[in-house]
Design a protein around this ligand. Structure first.
Ligand code: TNX
Length: 533
């Protein structure tokens, strides 16, 4: 059944129609179905009412008065402009409203369950967002963005049709992240911001930056300037490296915050630390350390590592000055990191003796706590007897994850086999690592985080995170080829409950992301698992 509506319904507009009567066209609007929209991630529940909200030049946004809601309203207006060219005013005052209204409405506790949850009620005249927080409002407007079609209703019309109905939504996991390795190859601020834009569109909320490794040190530490001067000068392959000044890092943090994404910085220790030890040789705990404390600049530059091996470096764990150094690093980093976590790496410390490794981590945990942060480390850290507040990031060894869960520590799931974005899709992949085989797009989606490790229940899982290690990718296009579309599936695994996830259904919604991916100029991999539109 088709329904006919007139393009505009306000009196003012009717008058103008009389004047411009040649524009007085009527349109047959389709019976819509909100339940069939290509939303990613899939919301908790959707009820379609099969009619249409008309988005046009008369639509207005109004928000609750608090600054956070206003800024979410402005964010939505900007994105609508970007997509449709429509200029949608925010909080203009009721009397001037001529068309449909998008209302971002703060509700008191109890109406929705947690910080990020929201309710979206779309009728013919209004789109109402009910939520408790700016965060909830921000997640809700991503749903609205996805519901706005790329094309106006007909070539001659200047309006966009949004299906009516009600969506009730909240995240499956509180932590939905990705990691960029900016150490093996450096990526600049603009690259990181683009990645943040895409993460936000799919409701992810954590970006972990792997800032240091054997090949590079990428964050300015004012009290130890050679970290970046030496350690930031190169990268894998020997090309020019780079680093973020503290001002640039703060800019990333602030941009992420506008997108309701928390930055988690990682300083990888005691292994993966060759770049730091080259800049300051007293840190070096390797038995065959070559640089002496007084080494010259050119000796240091010659000692930098630009290959891809792992597991050969370590800090000197029984040296007091090393802990003074780390205290400075964590202090400076904590001061510019509003999020609650600092990641200390802890992986693949193959040349650190077990006792030294345990001793080191216990001390570092205290340092992190001293600067009012919580510690995260890769799964190896569960071999040390750490506090219950420390979070373990599972990547490879399920026994380590079980150890952590026995100690009642929270766990982030990053199984290399499923969601390491740097792993090749198949034998034809142009870039990527293959130490754990291949990870096609379907197998990256088709697993159940809630049941992945026997004995670890959902309430112990903080969430999931997809790391992208950058040994084989040196620019944003190559990075995007590996990250997309797999990251989009990870976003759904993190947000949508198990009952709402289904590969056959997901792959159709994924295929329909192409207008967005193209508009964003994302160099995604056109996997044959998906019938791209
Ligand atoms: C393992 S994951 C590493 C990284 C590599 C990655 C390549 C982890 C904690 N360590 O150093 O870049 O594999 O896939």
């Amino acid at each position: 059944m088709k329904k006919t509506i007139y393009l505009k319904f306000s009196l003012v507009f009717l008058l103008s129609l009389l004047i411009h009567s040649c524009h007085n066209e009527s349109y047959d609007l389709p019976v819509t179905n909100l339940e069939k929209e290509n939303l990613i991630p899939k919301p908790l529940s959707i009820l379609a009412t099969n009619s249409s909200f008309i988005l046009d030049e008369n639509t207005r946004i109004s928000t609750s008065s608090e600054e956070v809601f206003l800024s979410v309203g402005n964010f939505l207006s900007k994105k609508i402009k970007n997509k449709t060219q429509l200029e949608i005013e925010v909080n203009l005052g009721k009397s001037k409203n001529k068309g449909g209204e998008i209302i971002i409405n703060k509700v008191e506790k109890g109406a929705t369950i947690d910080n990020e949850s929201y309710e979206l009620i779309i009728s013919e005249n209004s789109i109402i967002v009910n939520t408790q927080t700016g965060e909830g409002a921000f997640r809700a407007i991503q749903t609205i963005r996805q519901l706005i079609p790329y094309n106006n209703y007909s070539p001659k019309s200047n309006f966009w049709v949004i299906p009516t109905g009600t969506i009730i939504d909240k995240p499956n996991f509180e932590y939905r992240g990705s990691m960029l390795d900016v150490a093996r190859h450096f990526f600049d601020v603009e690259d990181v911001k683009k990645y943040i834009d895409i993460m936000a569109y799919y409701k992810m909320n954590v970006l972990h930056l792997h800032l240091t490794d054997d090949q590079g040190w990428r964050i300015e530490i004012k009290s130890w300037p050679e970290l970046t001067k030496i350690g930031g000068s190169t990268e894998v392959g020997g090309t020019k490296g780079g680093f973020y000044t503290q001002e640039q890092y703060k800019d990333i943090v602030a941009y992420a915050a506008l997108n309701y994404i928390t930055i988690i910085p990682e300083i990888d220790m005691p292994g993966h630390s060759h770049a730091a030890s080259t800049a300051y040789p007293f840190l070096d705990g390797k038995e065959d350390a070559t640089l002496k404390p007084g080494a010259s600049l050119s000796e240091k530059k010659a000692a930098l590592y630009t290959g891809m091996k792992v597991g050969f470096s370590t800090f000197k764990t029984r040296e007091e000055k090393v802990y003074e150094f780390i205290d400075d690093v964590i202090r400076e980093l904590s001061a510019i990191t509003p999020g609650e976590y600092i990641h200390i790496g802890g992986d693949e410390s193959k040349v650190t003796k077990h006792d030294d490794y345990v001793y080191f981590l216990k001390r570092i945990e205290k340092t992190v706590a001293k600067h009012n942060k919580k510690m995260i480390g890769w799964d190896e850290i569960s071999k040390a007897n750490l506090s219950i507040n420390t979070v373990v990031q599972f990547w490879y060894d399920k026994e380590n994850a079980k150890l952590a869960s026995n100690k009642k520590m929270k766990i982030i799931l990053s199984p290399a086999k499923r969601i390491y974005l740097d792993i090749k899709y198949d034998s034809l992949s142009k870039y990527g690592n293959r130490w754990i085989g291949y990870t096609p797009v379907d197998s990256s989606y088709n697993w159940i985080p809630e049941k992945y490790i026997d004995g670890i229940s959902k309430d112990q899982i903080l969430g999931i995170e997809a790391p992208l290690w950058s040994e084989t990718v040196s620019n944003i296009q190559e990075l995007e080829y590996l990250a997309f579309p797999r990251l989009i599936g990870v976003a759904e695994l993190g947000w949508s409950i198990e009952e709402n996830r289904n590969w056959e259904n997901y792959k159709v919604r994924l295929a329909n992301q192409t207008p967005y991916l193209n508009k964003m100029k994302i160099n995604y991999f056109k996997s044959q698992c998906v019938d791209w539109e």
